[in-house]
Design a protein around this ligand. Structure first.
Ligand code: URA
Length: 433
């Protein structure tokens, strides 16, 4: 088999066979097929697409390129949740303990953040002592005992994806739906969960800006998951403005804790209950969505969900007492208000720009070797649809410097203000099973 023939076939719109897909994935992982040929193939896929069968085969070949995690020694149906990434997205810290508290086993592999979206592990590490380093045996034991554990991604999960993603990043072939779907699902499948609930974001702060693209990505991922034997559901949710009011690390943990303690931060509570309901029903703990939702709401009200967070933090070395006294979480030296330049309604907030402003403060990484400052971040004082007077604060920057000029400029750019109140967008656009 020759790589040049595979490139030519895809360039002409042909459907690749399993042998052809496995040939290039295996060859590329081993280093026998060069970057320039795979780049050409990625560009051909970008223009010609892939069938459902090709996309599933590509995903399975990427899973088979490395290790897979065997979670069979964990009792019950293990559920993983994945978000395609957003700004202020602290849903995992709410929904993980929430579903664990009603008996859903959650064995989660998470990553660190890069660019304008923060990483789950970075945020959790705001809690003094918390770590994700543990043996496989400890991970399994923690899930069996507490129903929730979070581990860092190991080096060997889907190595083909790691190489391909780096190549796509520099060859303008990232935003191809079959390639994104295969990339995300290969890592999820290799992580071993039986059921997967995907939170696919759409809007200004998301990978998929339009609802049509988000829907196409969600449908492709659900098809791959179900074809490859995992019960998969996707919720398409809005990321046209940041989720909740806090963007950063420690301040996002604080806001998640408040929701688990019963505070009604509307978008966070609603999306957590929606995703949690699908996770609990997929796990077979409840017969239907209504029963699951009721149990989850009761778990917040009774304090069981908050207790599940404390137990999980303690089991991974964290000081759970900070969750009762959140003044012990890291804090920045200065609070800097960014005022509105005119009066009117907030008509849009560019979530990606808010994420970038937080990164400038030190809450995220511009390159993978940067270190994170857990105490800095942004509190939104106004969200879309709110009225603001000229000079009133749009946000408060939690900064280590008094001026924070570049973040201030970015926030001013992120907010659009208009005389008319904007139409509100739904939080949950669609559920795809
Ligand atoms: N996230 C991934 O993991 N892969 C992609 O291709 C895009 C986003």
């Amino acid at each position: 088999m020759r790589m040049v023939d595979i490139i030519e076939k895809k360039r002409n719109g042909g459907e690749l066979t399993e042998e052809e897909i496995r040939f290039f994935i295996e060859g590329y992982t081993e280093g026998t097929i060069p970057d320039y040929q795979v780049s050409a193939l990625m560009m051909a896929v970008y223009f010609k697409g892939m069938s459902e069968k090709e996309t599933s085969t590509l995903t399975q070949a990427m899973v088979d390129s490395g290790d897979t995690i065997d979670l069979s020694s964990i009792e019950g149906m293990k559920i993983d949740k994945h978000s395609t990434g957003g700004v202020g997205d602290k849903i995992s810290f709410i929904v993980g303990p929430l579903v664990a508290s009603v008996g859903v086993p959650v064995a989660k592999m998470s990553g660190r953040g890069l660019g304008h979206t923060g990483g789950t592990i970075d945020k959790l590490e705001s809690i003094p002592g918390f770590h994700v380093e543990m043996t496989k045996e400890q991970f399994v034991e923690n899930v069996n005992k507490h129903k929730l554990a979070v581990a860092g991604q190991t080096g060997n999960l889907a190595p083909a994806d790691k190489k391909l993603y780096a190549l796509r990043d520099v060859t303008a072939t990232v935003d191809s739906i079959p390639l994104i779907a295969g990339s995300i699902m290969s890592k999820k499948l290799a992580s071993g969960a039986d059921g997967i609930v995907l939170d696919v974001k759409t809007g200004s702060g998301a990978f998929m800006k339009s609802l049509e693209d988000a829907q196409a990505l969600a449908e492709t991922m659900v098809t791959i998951g179900n074809r490859l034997g995992r019960r998969t559901t996707a919720v398409i949710s809005d990321m046209d403005q940041p989720l909740g009011f806090e963007v950063g690390n420690a301040n996002e943990i604080k806001e998640a804790v408040e929701v688990l303690q019963g505070k009604n931060v509307a978008d966070l509570r609603e999306l957590s209950l929606e995703l949690g309901t699908h996770m609990a029903v997929t796990a077979g703990i409840f017969e239907n969505d209504q029963e699951a939702r009721k149990a989850l709401e009761e778990s917040i009200e009774s304090g069981a969900a908050f207790q599940a967070l404390k137990t999980f933090v303690d089991a991974q070395g964290g000081d759970a007492s900070v969750l009762d006294d959140m003044t012990k979480l890291p804090e920045a030296a200065f609070d800097v208000e960014v005022p509105a330049l005119e009066s009117g309604y907030v008509s849009a907030i560019d979530a990606a720009a808010v994420g970038t402003a937080a990164m400038y403060l030190g809450a995220g990484r511009a390159t993978k070797d940067d270190t994170i400052d857990h105490g800095v971040g942004i509190t939104l004082k106004k969200k879309t649809g709110d009225y603001v007077e000229k000079g009133e604060a749009l946000v408060v920057l939690h900064s280590q410097s008094k001026d924070a000029d570049d973040s201030r400029a970015k926030i001013t750019e992120a907010y659009s203000i208009s005389p008319e109140k904007p139409e509100s967008r739904p939080l949950i656009h669609k559920v795809i099973k």
